[in-house]
Design a protein around this ligand. Structure first.
Ligand code: ACO
Length: 381
């Protein structure tokens, strides 16, 4: 790697954006001018954040109700897509199913190949926002041998998700926790999956293709897949009493990474992690099961007291405590990353629409191979 290139495009600025601002040294996240703490404390609806992302301002009451209704009424899936999901192996990774189903949706969306009209693009963004939640809930039921449940037009996205998962009148505590999660994960600058959606869009390709790329990128354990990996790690540790021995053995002796810790941009506490930690604590107390919260808090304490973590400024990221929140809500561990996609669709589609009509993104590579080889016939090699 050349001196100028630290790898991973670290520090490279690729676009001017107005959706979010991150100060990684101070641990600040701002959505279109609003501090994330302000939005979280005032319990904004995920739909409000979608409006903020897509139109760069918060909606008034009527605009919010219109958008909530449009997302809910556009959330149904074509029967062919549901049938295709039913035919998939029950053990399939839910992110692979989501990737496949969103790709299939493009075949039935009559606007899929409209690549230029921004008003049409907003409508597709609205549909995809609802449909990703519907696919996520439907897959969880299908793989458990249950019939998927259609979305209701009278619910918010978070309520609809709980409804489509359970088929019962949505429990408001669960819906509020899901809503808070969706708000916190809706957008985050030029993260890897958002960058992918922009690269796809900059070729002139369609929104569904870009979102499929976003899902594929989010799936990796260095990105959105870390929430599930963090929970698997907590389950492996088993209890707060085992944390110190596990840390010594796995992290200090075997060099294992703690999933949900560290971030390319944050060199201070990730503000989303701080908010999710409070939610995780509240949920632990109200559910009467503080075991997993206590374990995560203990591991955080042990890691942050360690010189290796201090020197490298490694703190819990958004995935660390979101794993505890989602597990306490009784979601299967492999459903965590699709929930991340349910949130990030807001940011992805805002970036996709902003990128439409923009210049091709085409960086260059530094060639380090030989330049003077001569071709030899195959039987002489
Ligand atoms: N545990 C232990 N050490 C770590 C961790 C960790 N979780 N994360 C980074 N480090 C160390 C590295 O070993 C490296 O040490 P070195 O300088 O001695 O080589 C140093 O910190 C810097 O790490 P990089 O991998 O160079 O940092 P990068 O910015 O490339 O990676 C990443 C960031 C991928 C998030 C990393 O911290 C990681 O793997 N964390 C665990 C996975 C995770 O939680 N991912 C979710 C990120 S947030 C999101 O996408 C929503």
């Amino acid at each position: 790697m050349s001196e100028a290139n630290k790898g991973g495009l670290e520090g490279v600025v690729v676009a001017d954006i107005s959706t979010s601002f991150i100060d990684g040294n101070e641990g600040i996240l701002i959505y279109a001018g609003y501090r994330i703490e302000d939005l979280a404390e005032n319990n904004v609806l995920f739909e409000e954040v979608c409006h903020l992302m897509w139109h760069n301002r918060l909606p008034n009451r009527q605009e919010l109700e219109d958008l909530r209704y449009q997302i809910a009424s556009g959330a149904h899936l074509p029967t062919s897509v549901i049938n295709m999901m039913k035919a998939q192996p029950k053990g399939a990774n839910p992110m692979a199913v989501l990737r496949t189903a969103v790709s299939a949706l493009s075949l039935y969306d009559t606007d899929a190949e409209n690549l230029t009209d921004r008003e049409v693009a907003f409508k597709k963004a609205i549909r995809l926002t609802g449909q990703i939640a519907t696919i996520t809930a439907a897959w969880d039921r299908i793989r458990k041998g249950k019939e998927p449940i259609a979305p209701r037009v009278d619910l918010t996205l978070a309520q609809n998700f709980v409804w489509m998962m359970t088929g019962e009148q949505p429990d408001q505590t669960a819906a509020d926790a899901i809503n808070a999660y969706l708000v916190l994960l809706a957008e985050h600058g030029m993260n890897a999956s958002t960058f992918c959606t922009r690269v796809v869009t900059a070729t002139g390709s369609d929104m569904h293709s870009a979102v499929v790329g976003g899902i594929a990128t989010l799936k990796g354990p260095s990105h959105g897949g870390a929430n599930a990996e963090a929970m698997k790690m907590f389950l492996e540790i088993g209890s707060a009493d085992n944390v110190e021995a596990w840390f010594k053995r796995e992290v200090k002796e075997h060099g294992r990474r703690i999933m949900g810790i560290g971030h390319r941009v944050y060199k201070a506490v990730d503000p989303r992690a701080a908010i999710l930690k409070k939610h995780a604590k509240d949920l632990a107390e109200s559910s009467g099961n503080a075991k997993w919260y206590d374990l995560a808090a203990k591991l955080e304490e042990v890691a942050l007291a360690d010189d290796y973590f201090k020197e490298r400024k490694l703190y819990p990221n958004v995935d660390y405590y979101s794993a505890i929140v989602l597990y306490t809500l009784n979601l299967d561990v492999d459903m965590f990353t699709p929930l991340f996609a349910m949130a990030r669709i807001a940011g992805w589609t805002a970036h996709i629409i902003a990128q439409m009509g923009g210049r091709l993104i085409r960086p260059r590579a530094n060639y380090v191979g030989p330049k003077d080889r001569k071709w030899v016939p195959i039987d002489q090699r």
